[in-house]
Structures are given as structure tokens and as C-alpha cells.
Design a protein around this ligand. Sequence first.
Ligand code: ZN
Length: 280
Amino acid sequence: MKIADYHIHAIETGTFALDGGAMFGIVPKPIWSKKIPADDENRIVMALRCMLIMSNNRNILVDTGIGNKFSEKYSKIYKIDHNKVNIESSLKKHGLTNKDITDVILTHLHFDHAGGATCFRDGDLTPSFPNATYYVQKENLDLAENPTEKDIGSYRKENFEPLKKAGKLEIIKGESEIFPNIFLFISNGHTLGLQHVKVSDGKNCVVYCADLIPTASHLPIPYIMGYDLSPLIVIEEKKKLLNNAAEEDWMLFLEHDPYVGVIKVRKSEKVFEIKEKIEL
Ligand SMILES: [Zn+2]
């Protein structure tokens, strides 16, 4: 898919699994398990899908996957699987290595988005993309450094402190056009200062939904996650995004959907549904 001067690709970085009940909040299991089946530990397998935006002089990555710093115990709990596909193998398909990434936009610092931002190299924790500038919203970094008791397990310092130490983390305040035709807008319901990436040339538009709409199974408005900090704010932000997407024919990039990467939606009555599935 080409938008403005950018070639845009979906980059699979592996899979992991989270508790299906936590992923679907108040929705009863007999309903959600028809959409994404649970394993014998009640977990659902999910994608760790990043967006790669390539131009003549930039290779921009949106989010980084879960990374490979987890202990064996937690790798099992989260069913982390990098065997079939990982960030290196996916970048290689586009002729790139980690060293070619110029910019990494982190939507937020939860471990399944920022875990791949850092890695162990020669025993030291270091940025995984050594030539990249990383971008995060100030409000999200502030929360990650002082998390609440609810989200302390999701914000792990090893995913962002090495970036700060290396002078590679650029802190952004608020919405902006970060590069020509690449816009950042904020949502605050899932967590504070979650930055969504929107690439638009006025004709075609793709929006990286991150955890505001993690999968296509979360299109119904009340299907929101137990992880969300402010459920009623998520509902308002999600409605606004889906209404815009339906009216303006935007593509929605789904980070965690195990079956489909990018969709367009339509509104019928008061319900949003998939209008088209798109291969990037
Ligand atoms: Zn999150």
C-alpha cells in the first residue's frame, strides 16, 4: 500500500496469548470464545503486528512487538512464540535489518508494544534498533515511570530506561504531524498518552489503532478490555474513531488480531462491521 511517499507494510513479529476474559472485559465467554477460541488455560493467541513505513530516506517502525527478554517462566505464561516469524525475519522480507530502522514510534510502553524496543547485546540492555530515534508521549512515559497498582505489571523499566540512557528517546507532548503526512493523535482511555499513528494523503488513510481496538472482534462498542484504565473514555474514543473510519473510508490497522491485519468498516444501524479486509 502506498500513501503519499510511503510504502506501508504490516510486519508480523510473533504471537503471544493473554487471558480471554481480560481481553473482552464484561463480555461472557460463550460469546467471545466464538470469535477467538480460548486454549485450555483460557488464553487467546494474538498477533504482535507492527507497521513499517518506508520512504526514500526513512524506515519508520510503529511499535516493536514483545521482544525476547522474558524469562522462561513468563514466556510460558504469555505463550510467546517467535519461531514461525519474528521482527528480524519480517524486516528481512523488505530488505532491512534492525540497523536500517531510522525511527520507532511507540504507541505506549506496555510490554507487548515496547518489549522489542530493547534487547540484551553482549550482556548489556541496549536499544534493539541502534540507529533509530524512539518517540513516546510524555504523559505515557510519566505513567510508565510511576505506574498505578493496576498497570504496574504492564510497564517494565527494561523496555524504556535503556533508550533514555542511550539518549535515543524523544519525548513528545501532544498531537503533531511528526513527519510529512504522518500524524500522531492521542487517546487516554486504555492508558494515558497513547499515540495513534495516522498516515494520510487526503485520499488514502491508515490508522494504527493499537489497544483502542486491538482486534476486529472488538468492533462492538462495549467489547473493551479489563486492562483499560478508563472504560467509559475508551468507549467514547472508540466510537469517535470508528465513526470517522466509516465516514472517511479509513483503513484500520489491527495490532493484535490473529486473523486479519487491516480492515475498513461500515456502520449499519448502530453497529460497526467489517466492510473490507486489506492486505498491506
Ligand atoms: Zn496496552
